[in-house]
Design a protein around this ligand. Structure first.
Ligand code: NAD
Length: 510
């Protein structure tokens, strides 16, 4: 792996950079990648997959080093890290191998009457060098869906990890780098300014995951440069809890999908719209469970990981303060513990004016909005500026299915939430300001490959070739009449085609 640091020093857990050095680092990385990429692209998908699978197996064996790094850089508990960061690389490579394998090349059957003796196929061609700009919240598993398909489709990559998790995120490509030609996998470290340099360093496509503010800039720059981009931005997912839900299961599920990764997931539940008829019982059961959960920098003695960095902690504190000032009721939590631990927090009686309902909180906080019916909840979800995911919790699955159809989001789930983000076969995408980038599934592959149509003609000539004359006009008129169901026009076609072929032979014979 070529790892260009461009770093001037470390302070407060954040790498600081000289942007000039970083610009050179990004450009050098792209140049190196471009030289070796054709060799990598010359291998088959199966050959590339063998190399990546070998690396993924080594990652599984090396998991302890990753768990230490992730804990050191963002405080994630090792048990949580084991499940969310360490378990998946081999499964990811195997799943993507199938998805990419199917998308490589296909023949297209052409109508033999309209296109006699012609054959065509679509070949998918790697873009070249793909720039990947990543956030910190899932420093390794968040890369499965970009790094793995980018490499399997035959691209070289330049990865810019988050400045908060530079070593955890470099761990992943570092393992791949040992199994692929030198220069296929590159890492450029730095902050947002370095990310901007990567976008302008000559890459052929860009995959960005992160905040709305940064994502919009990346999308605009890519459009100016004329390179394809997949930009996936923030979320503010909601759950609708219906009066007929299985209360115990719903409390369990909403607890997990709100507090997993300390709530720092783009697709984590942040708001629960709860039908009034079940709200008291739901809030009481949730509050009882959450007040037993522990948080802080430990491991086996705590359940909820601390927040990933000081900035995130300050956002969470500000949102809770804003909600309480605007009349929310604190059910449990609302306080920092040791380190960057923040107690799992439930706020009841929340309203649309509160930041905790409107803006991405990205922390272990659930805002409860009591509603009188599903329409009110669906309207609120659709009015949100975010559009990543929403779920409905109900025993009446048929009704829930009808309701999810009304959600203006990219991922709609029933009695579960966000797990599909880890399923390579299912598209992970959003609407509204979350962005229209698509990760996962064959639908994401156009970011990594462009289609090339290859057509072969074995016919001696074409009736519509020049010269344009009376014989061609007669043929065209007959074709129009045939389409309109005029049988006489259709019957004339064989004769007109023969006449045309004769005319062409005579014309070109000289
Ligand atoms: P961020 O936007 O601050 O940073 C993301 C990455 O972009 C970092 O590597 C950063 O250095 C880089 N960056 C910042 N400004 C840039 C610029 N102008 N040009 C190029 N690169 C730039 O986001 P973050 O705080 O690291 O991540 C959290 C955000 O990511 C949350 O909003 C979360 O919802 C979102 N996220 C979304 C998804 C999704 O699939 N939609 C997945 C994970 C995280």
């Amino acid at each position: 792996m070529l790892s260009e640091k461009g770093m001037m020093g470390m302070g407060n857990g954040v790498a600081r950079h000289d942007t000039k050095t970083a610009e050179n680092a990004a450009r050098r990385a792209v140049e190196a990648a471009r030289i070796v990429q054709p060799e990598w692209a010359g291998r088959t998908v199966a050959e590339r997959a063998v190399a990546l699978e070998r690396a993924a197996k080594r990652m599984l064996r090396d998991r302890q080093s990753l768990l230490h790094l992730v804990k050191e850089e963002m405080g994630k508990h090792e048990v949580e890290g084991l499940f969310t960061e360490a378990l998946g690389p081999l499964d990811a490579v195997k799943a993507w191998k199938k998805i990419v394998g199917k998308a490589q090349s296909r023949r297209v059957l052409l109508n033999p009457i309209a296109f006699p003796k012609k054959h065509a196929r679509i070949a998918m061609v790697p873009r070249g060098v793909v720039g990947i700009i990543a956030p910190w919240n899932f420093p390794v598993s968040g890369l499965y869906r970009s790094v793995v398909p980018a490499l399997l489709t035959g691209n070289a990559i330049v990865l810019k990890p988050s400045e908060y998790t530079p070593r955890s995120s470099a761990w992943f490509p570092d393992h791949f780098a040992r199994e692929v030609p030198h220069g296929v996998v590159n890492v450029v470290q730095g902050d947002g300014a370095v990310g901007a340099q990567v976008v302008e360093s000559g890459i052929d496509a860009c995959v960005f995951t992160g905040s709305i503010a940064a994502g919009k800039k990346v999308r605009v720059k890519c459009a100016e440069l004329g390179i394809p981009s997949s930009v996936e931005m923030g979320g503010k997912d909601a759950a609708i809890v219906l009066g007929d839900c299985d209360l115990e299961r719903t409390v369990m599920g909403i607890t997990h999908w709100t507090l997993a990764n300390a709530g720092q997931s783009c697709g984590g539940i942040e708001v629960a719209y709860v039908e009034e008829r079940i709200a008291d019982r739901f809030v009481e059961a949730l509050g009882r469970a959450w007040s037993k959960l522990r948080t802080g920098p430990g491991d086996d003695d705590v359940e909820v990981s601390p927040l990933g960095n000081d900035h995130q902690l300050s956002v969470v504190e500000a949102h809770v303060k804003d909600a309480l000032a605007k009349g929310a009721k604190l059910v449990t939590g609302g306080k920092k513990t040791s380190g960057r631990g923040y107690m799992p927090t439930i706020l009841d009686n929340c309203t649309a004016e509160m930041d905790v309902v409107r803006e991405e909180t990205f922390g272990p906080v659930l805002a409860i909005v009591r509603v009188w019916g599903t329409e009110q909840a669906v309207r609120a979800i659709n009015a949100s500026k975010y559009g990543l995911g929403a779920s409905i919790w109900s025993k009446d699955v048929a009704r829930a299915e009808r309701l999810v159809d009304k959600h203006d989001v990219g991922v709609a789930t029933i009695n579960t939430h966000q797990f599909t983000g880890a399923v390579p076969q299912l598209p992970w995408s959003g609407t509204k300001q979350t962005g229209f980038g698509v990760a996962n599934s064959e639908l994401s592959l156009l970011t990594y490959m462009h289609p090339k149509t290859i057509a072969i003609d074995e016919a001696p000539s074409e009736p519509f070739f020049m010269p344009f004359d009376r014989t061609l006009r007669d043929l065209g008129e007959a074709l129009v009449k045939a389409q309109l169901g005029d049988l006489l026009g259709a019957a004339k076609l064989p004769l007109l085609l023969r006449r045309r072929a004769k005319r062409l032979r005579e014309f070109f014979k000289g």
